[in-house]
Design a protein around this ligand. Structure first.
Ligand SMILES: [Zn+2]
Length: 359
């Protein structure tokens, strides 16, 4: 099929997908102010990359990656990262902490009948699993900086967003400090997630999250990480459990990575909130027309990323407008692949339930 035909097909499919999937609740409730969405952004990179969707079979498969493990074995396409050995504090290496947590977690999960792969820095090309977690620890020279943070890939599938939400719930209830606003471009753009750039990366259909457990530069974090890897394994296991409560291999559309919608602040500007809630703190304000890079959506709230401020924040849809030009939302590129089309039935597209966050 010529590219223009793909673009047209993608536009039609995405428009249908938006109607079916994107705002079903909002349409039912008659909520106003949702941004109008234009044609899909079927960029050449998307149009040209349409791996088949092969359903997973057998027991739930969980990929766990101790960050930086066997980094020196990275293939040539990632050769420049072979020296990325991770954070260290004296003789304490992030890698050893990551390994201890992953091994403890793998033991817990295997005992329960899950198929667990411990995945080195070199991700097997197109690696597929029901979930994948890359486990890391940070270093900061600010001794007071502490806590965990986590993020799905830039172009997160609904399952990746659900996994991030479930793990966030587990960490939030652990009592550990949260390095709020600490998520970096490098976490979301982690090379193991970058299936558009590298052969040795996850399949786009593998739900994934990168977790930073804490800071080696902080005494409390450091001692806890060194002495209690099983404590962290328990938090991750709890998050995985919450994710798997809603996870369903039958909801195939939720595996498909989504292009973030391109939106702008509406005619009255937009207020950035610390959480998807009208009473949460206002962090900043956007002037009308200021662009917004959307990371995720919860109901009528968008989570957006502001690279210059290096922070994410929440905005209500009512304060946003569609950007001029393409303003895509859910792009079911998978459906441009004929093999995949057979396995994704547009009539049965459902939105996954939000992960249950336990108190
Ligand atoms: Zn790391």
């Amino acid at each position: 099929m010529p590219r223009s035909a793909l673009v047209v097909a993608a536009s039609a499919l995405a428009a249908a997908a938006i109607l079916l999937v994107a705002f079903p609740a909002a349409r039912r409730n008659g909520e106003a102010g949702l941004p109008s969405l234009g044609p899909v952004d079927a960029s050449p990179a998307w149009a040209g990359f349409t791996p088949a969707f092969e359903p997973l079979e057998g027991p739930i498969r969980i990929g766990l990656q101790p960050g930086h493990w066997k980094i020196e074995e990275l293939p040539d396409e990632l050769a420049r990262l072979r020296t990325s050995t991770g954070a260290a504090w004296g003789r304490l290496r992030e890698l050893d902490l990551n390994l201890a947590v992953v091994r403890a977690l793998a033991a817990r999960l295997e005992k329960r009948g899950y198929a667990v792969d411990i995945v080195p820095a070199t991700v097997p090309p197109g690696y597929r699993a029901d979930l994948f977690i890359s486990v890391h620890a940070d270093r900061s020279d600010l001794p007071l900086r502490s806590g965990w943070k986590l993020a799905p890939p830039w172009r997160a599938s609904p399952w990746s967003v659900a996994l991030a939400g479930a793990l966030t719930g587990a960490f939030a209830s652990s009592g550990l400090p949260h390095d709020a606003f600490g998520v970096t471009d490098n976490m979301r753009g982690y090379f193991g997630f970058s299936w558009r750039r590298y052969e040795h990366a996850l399949s786009p259909y593998t739900p994934a999250v990168l977790v930073e457990l804490g800071f080696l530069g902080n005494a409390a974090d450091r001692e806890r990480l060194r002495d209690r890897p099983d404590f962290y394994a328990g938090i991750l296991e709890k998050g995985i459990d919450a994710y798997l409560e809603t996870y369903d291999r039958g909801i195939r559309s939720a595996y498909v990575p989504t292009n973030p919608p391109r939106l702008v602040a509406g005619p009255s500007g937009a207020r950035l909130r610390s959480s998807p809630d009208r009473v949460s703190a206002i962090l900043d304000e956007l002037v009308p027309g200021q662009p917004v890079t959307v990371l995720s959506r919860r109901g009528v709230w968008y989570e957006a990323w502001f690279p210059e401020a290096r922070m994410s924040a929440w905005l209500p849809a009512s304060e946003l407008a569609g950007a001029p030009g393409p303003a895509p939302d859910w792009t079911f590129v998978i459906r441009m692949n004929e093999r995949a089309a057979a396995s994704v039935d547009g009539a049965s597209i459902k939105v996954p339930a939000p992960p249950r966050v336990r108190p």
